[in-house]
Design a protein around this ligand. Structure first.
Ligand code: NAP
Ligand code: FE
Length: 367
């Protein structure tokens, strides 16, 4: 048995209508909240109203920062910190997909740590725990509600980089699948691909162990059970619940193992070509399976078995149907992306560590 050393201090509650039911717990996190959201969805899906009602019913006040955008930037975090200070908020509630949640986590942490923009990813400067945060996901993909990461665009590296510290784990996560009923087809598929990637990369990482692999395979079973409904666009509440359950478990895996080659390569596709995060990972996942299967065929087979699939080709066909495969890149672009990718810590975290040539090959053969 490999030794197990697992840490996740986030309290998470997964239930229909849990925001209203947990109003006391929500209010126990502070007296004035900065609520961080994207443009429309937090309101449209009902989560924002549930949160403001719960806060008001317990005598808490709030201010709203609704300028979190896809692929958060340092600038948007700075703007949020300014509002947090102006409003004298003492905790942060993130409502949305990974983008508003990561924006909220970064606001709460950097408000308590004076760090210049060019040092923002320098862990040695992380001294103080941030303000308490509550995360309410409205997509089923990132698992950010239970992780110690806030991922921001990194212009210096032409990639995306995590603020990564145990001090950034949310205090509380409230997961209600009802909020995901309004997510459109593309985003639902992309986010499912992200969650599947977190779980599969956890199994295929250097930090995998027997316990976390068990959780990851359960996540993979739950997410893949929804592939037919994802393809037919017939997702009902039951499937939405399964996807959120899979995404939560995959987030717990991600918090333990971090990510590998797939995310490292995907960040360049997002930074350079604006490909949504989950889709970028989904395009690359079959290639990573093929690469790792050369050295660890049984481990890759355990993932295919969890999906009830016989081969990587079968998996690639399902993902082609879900995500399409229109992107192709020139040799020069792939060279440039590979230069960045080879410097990222996710590469040595891969179960089978790729060379430069392997990464180039995977870019050429993605979906
Ligand atoms: P997202 O960027 O948060 O949101 C994508 C789109 O979905 C937005 O247009 C958003 O609209 C919309 N949306 C969200 N919830 C919706 C709902 N319930 N109904 C209808 N539309 C909805 O997407 P995401 O894939 O969840 O997050 C991706 C980000 O998370 C990336 O930046 C990625 O790097 C990061 N990430 C973080 C972690 C972590 O551990 N911290 C892990 C993986 C990924 P609005 O703008 O109106 O809200
Ligand atoms: Fe991800």
């Amino acid at each position: 048995m490999i030794p197990i050393n697992y840490y996740n201090p986030t309290r998470y509650i997964f239930a229909r209508s849990c925001v209203k039911a947990q109003a006391d717990l929500l209010a126990s996190c502070g007296s004035k909240a900065l609520i961080v959201t994207g443009k429309h969805s937090a309101k449209a899906c009902g989560a924002l109203d549930d949160v403001t009602e719960a806060l008001t019913s317990r005598g808490c006040t709030y201010a709203i920062y609704d300028e979190a955008r896809e692929n958060p930037t340092i600038d948007s975090v700075r703007k949020g910190i300014a509002l947090l200070r102006e409003e004298k908020a003492d905790f942060v509630i993130g409502i949305g997909g990974g983008s508003p949640m990561d924006t909220g986590k970064a606001i709460a942490f950097l408000a308590a740590n004076e760090i210049s923009d060019d040092q923002i990813f320098n862990k040695r400067l992380y001294k103080n725990p941030g303000l308490p945060t509550v995360m309410i996901p409205t997509t089923s993909g990132t698992g950010s509600e239970v992780t110690q990461y806030a991922i921001l665009m990194n212009d210096a590296k032409h990639s995306k980089t995590s603020i990564s510290t145990p001090m950034i784990f949310p205090k509380l996560a409230l997961l209600d699948p009802t909020y995901t009923m309004s997510v459109g087809t593309r985003t639902t598929r992309n986010t499912a691909a992200d969650a599947l990637s977190h779980a599969a990369e956890g199994v295929l990482s250097q930090r995998g162990d027997s316990m976390i692999t068990t959780v990851a395979l359960e996540a993979i079973r739950a997410i893949s059970a929804c592939f037919p409904a994802l393809e037919a666009e017939t997702l009902g509440y039951e499937e939405r619940e399964k996807l959120m359950y899979g995404s939560l478990l995959a987030g717990l895996v991600l918090a333990h193992t971090s990510t590998t080659t797939v995310h490292a390569m995907g960040y360049s596709l997002t930074y350079g070509n604006n490909i949504p995060h989950g889709r970028a990972n989904g395009l690359l996942l079959p290639g990573y399976f093929r690469f790792v299967a050369k050295t660890h065929p049984d481990t890759v087979k355990s993932i295919l078995d969890a999906m009830n699939m016989k081969s990587i080709d079968e998996f690639a066909a399902v993902f082609t149907a879900l995500l399409g495969s229109e992107e192709r890149f020139s040799d020069e672009v792939i060279e440039a992306y590979t230069n960045t990718v080879m410097t990222l810590p996710n590469i040595p975290n891969s179960l089978s560590v790729p060379t430069r040539e392997d990464v180039i090959e995977m870019y050429h053969t993605m979906l």
